[in-house]
Design a protein around this ligand. Structure first.
Ligand code: ADP
Ligand code: ZN
Length: 523
């Protein structure tokens, strides 16, 4: 009987979907869910999550219900299924009443195999009644990390999905996500009442993606160089923090001869979807976007993902960069990051509406992201270890290819801390660096800072080097930035042992932005 079901699954895979074999854990997941088991599936983007519920939905009696927050993509998903002959439809707010009624009838009479539904729709009494009155083969909860309250895609409607367990105790549930950190995993299991579900955790490594994080000098110009030298004619995504920067960057790229489209939530819906459709369809095109763009986007040949601003967390960074190279071919994840990013992100947390606990969580996530940027070891290792996956140096990231030089930064950090102290902890980074370098600016004269003992004690280093040292000192918690006082630099409890006790600080050597070789072929 088991054997029989497995054979039917393979037969469906080959005849309906046209693939010769299951990939990774797909076969085990399909087997488990087809037999009525609950599952929590963690698989990276592009891993092949859809088949994990589509095939069991076809093997089991009744209609498979897929809960997805991606209303904009439901049509595409349904089209893709219909193309291979699977009877599919969706229920969401974009439909007319008549259309919805027609689909509901199909669900009730079993005239359909798979139905996609938005979570807020599913929670309506009308929809729950409909499913009670129908034969349901399974519930698939896609993008299940949306249930995680402190995650980056939290959707309150997802919390209510626990009613599925209460109202449909006999229907198997499969929750799927590409977000893998252990906290999120635990939260999904808890909130969706999937503690007893079998967990299928795939490796999150994306070996074909090369990670590179460079010091930001002139971000846009660096981006242009990066695209021109490594990705001429390729498709890519450029992430920016603000809508304004998205618009400006897209315009800049277009003026520089690169076809670029903007995408952000402030754009008119029609324009936004038109740009998304063009990006999906066309070649040789770059999407410049805020993080509003990307969830569920399945474009296999995205050759690079670039960040012009620091993401808020490693989860976000991983998801965004994960949109590159879904076809398995070599791809680049490139980011330019600088002191301003750290200051800005810290300020956004301080000024957000969040309560103190939430702010602390955000701070911890940001610190982990900074740790990834400043790491002296393999980026991929840091990334995978963050997701609880042991790893070894990869040979396909910037720190593996050109190992950063570290140095004993104790003396320069002491100089920096002294300068901050001498200007009474009332000045921002730029001014403190001017004092260290002995720059005779108007401001310095006005404040008589050229008379300080620390004036010019750091003239052996350039401005970029000092910025790098300051950024690392902030990342290490040796310096804090006071946003309530014009971003002035302050000492912290951790400063004292370095300043007075000679506690050593190991830093990453500042490296002038260098061009890396063309894409690697070894993946
Ligand atoms: P995810 O939802 O995990 O991001 P998808 O389900 O969209 O991934 O699948 C990613 C791509 O891999 C799709 O183009 C899909 O058709 C393909 N794919 C999935 N499973 C297989 C398989 N067993 N063999 C070949 N290709 C597959
Ligand atoms: Zn590496």
């Amino acid at each position: 009987m088991n054997q029989d079901l497995n054979q039917r699954a393979l037969h469906l895979l080959q005849t309906v979907f046209g693939y010769p074999a299951f990939r990774g854990q797909q076969a085990d997941i399909v087997d488990h869910v087809s037999h009525g088991g609950d599952a929590l599936v963690l698989m990276p983007t592009g891993g092949g999550k859809s088949l994990c519920y589509q095939i069991p939905a076809l093997l089991r009696d009744g209609v498979g219900v897929v809960v997805s927050p991606l209303i904009a993509l439901m049509q595409d998903q349904v089209d893709a299924l219909e193309e291979v002959g699977v009877r599919a439809a969706f229920l969401n707010s974009t439909q007319t009443y008549e259309e919805a009624s027609r689909i509901e009838r199909l669900v009730r009479t079993g005239g359909i195999d798979v139905v996609y539904v938005a979570p807020e729709r599913l929670m309506t009494q009308r929809c729950l009644d409909l499913f009670q009155a129908s034969k349901i083969s399974l519930f698939a909860i896609d993008e299940a990390h949306c249930v995680a309250q402190w995650g980056h895609d939290f959707r309150p409607e997802y919390i209510k999905l626990s009613v599925l367990h209460e109202q449909f105790p006999d229907v198997p549930r499969i929750a799927l996500t590409a977000t893998a950190d252990p906290q999120t995993r635990a939260e999904i299991a808890l909130r969706l009442q999937l503690e007893d579900a079998r967990q299928f955790v795939s490796s999150f490594d994306r070996p074909n993606i090369r990670y590179q994080i460079v010091e930001k000098a002139n971000g846009r110009k660096q981006l242009l160089d990066f695209i021109n030298t490594e990705h001429a004619g390729d498709c890519g995504i450029v992430y920016c923090l603000s809508r304004k920067k998205v618009e400006e960057t897209a315009e800049f790229l277009n003026q520089s001869g690169i076809r670029a489209l903007p995408y952000h939530a402030g754009m008119e819906y029609a324009k936004r979807s038109a740009n998304q459709a063009r990006f999906l369809r066309e070649e040789n095109i770059v999407m410049v976007a805020t993080i509003a763009f990307g969830m569920g986007i399945d474009k296999p040949d995205v050759r690079f993902v670039a960040h012009l601003d620091l993401p808020k967390s490693i989860e976000g960074y991983y998801q965004e960069t994960g949109r590159a190279g879904r076809d398995g071919m070599a791809a680049n994840a490139w980011m330019a990051y600088g002191l301003q990013d750290v200051v800005l992100q810290r300020r956004m947390i301080d000024e957000s509406e969040a309560d103190d606990t939430f702010k602390r969580v955000l701070g911890v996530k940001l610190d982990a992201m900074l740790g990834l940027c400043e790491t002296l070891s393999c980026r991929r290792m840091r990334l995978l270890e963050y997701f609880g996956e042991p790893a070894s140096p990869c040979g396909n990231c910037d720190t593996c290819l050109v190992p950063p030089v570290s140095f004993d930064g104790t003396v320069p950090v002491q100089k920096l801390l002294s300068a901050i102290y001498r200007v009474d902890q009332r000045f921002a980074g730029g001014h403190v660096i001017d004092v260290l370098r002995g720059v005779e600016s108007e401001r310095i004269k006005t404040w008589h800072h050229d008379a300080l003992s620390v004036f010019g004690i750091g003239s052996d280093l350039g401005e970029a080097e000092w910025k790098s040292i300051l950024r690392q000192a902030i990342a290490l918690g040796l310096v804090s930035v006071d946003h309530e006082q014009y971003s002035s630099l302050k000492l912290t409890d951790a400063s004292r042992p370095v300043l007075k006790g000679g506690q050593k600080v190991q830093l990453r050597q500042y490296q002038k932005p260098v061009k890396t070789s063309k894409r690697s072929t070894s993946v």
